[in-house]
Design a protein around this ligand. Sequence first.
Ligand SMILES: O=C(O)c1cccc(C(=O)CC[C@H]2O[C@@H](n3cnc4c(=O)[nH]cnc43)[C@H](O)[C@@H]2O)c1
Length: 228
Amino acid sequence: MKILIVAATWMEVKLLIDEFDFVAEKTHFLYEYQLAGNRIDVLIAGIGTTFATFHLTTTLQKTSYHLVLNVGVAASFTNDLKIGEVVNVISEEFADLGVEEKRQFLTLFESGFMEGNEFPFENGILKATPSNGLMNLNKVRGITANKSHGENSSIAALKAKFSAHVESTEGAAVLYVCIWYGIPCYEIRAISNYVAPREVAQWNIPLALENLKTSVLEVLTKVTIAVH
Ligand SMILES: O=C(O)c1cccc(C(=O)CC[C@H]2O[C@@H](n3cnc4c(=O)[nH]cnc43)[C@H](O)[C@@H]2O)c1
């Protein structure tokens, strides 16, 4: 089985790839590994939707994969998710793509630039592949923005507008590309911080990365067993 893992930064996959057998550096961004007889490529695309879209698209143009896993850390809008918890992000919206009008932000759908059900959106939302019991993780909704929000006013506006649980800087871009390519895609994120005024002392990246590694390895084991 051929699986592509997409992350924004090396930091987010460094513990995970210690569990893989290194095969080759394909490009500066793309590395090939083996895990239990399966090929696992790891793409480090960079932070934000532009880099994720460009590097994922060029990678998928060259190689066909059975599955894409978007992995990394993320911020939670809700205290119901604990720092370190790993979640299955089942839907995504672009939260900063649209029009500002009369102090209000309107998405592309609300401003009439796109129909809600224009492919690959469903009611303005991008949906991950159903995991059908493959993951024992809480299912959450995500939004994607090119900046990590840290101002109380913008955080309040996001909470009022989107009913999202988590924020990342790439999730929607990865889903958008994968749905266009018809490639199954899951987004697995570990909560490193809350969406709040920036206070890095409150973050726990080591815990998030340790838990992320464990969960992603479990998913990889189940996925690869399921197809054999
Ligand atoms: O700002 C920092 O000090 C900082 C420290 C470590 C990592 C970062 C990143 O932004 C890495 C990119 C990675 O993190 C996800 N992420 C984490 N927290 C947030 C957030 O509050 N809002 C949006 N994205 C977040 C992001 O999706 C990337 O996967 C920064």
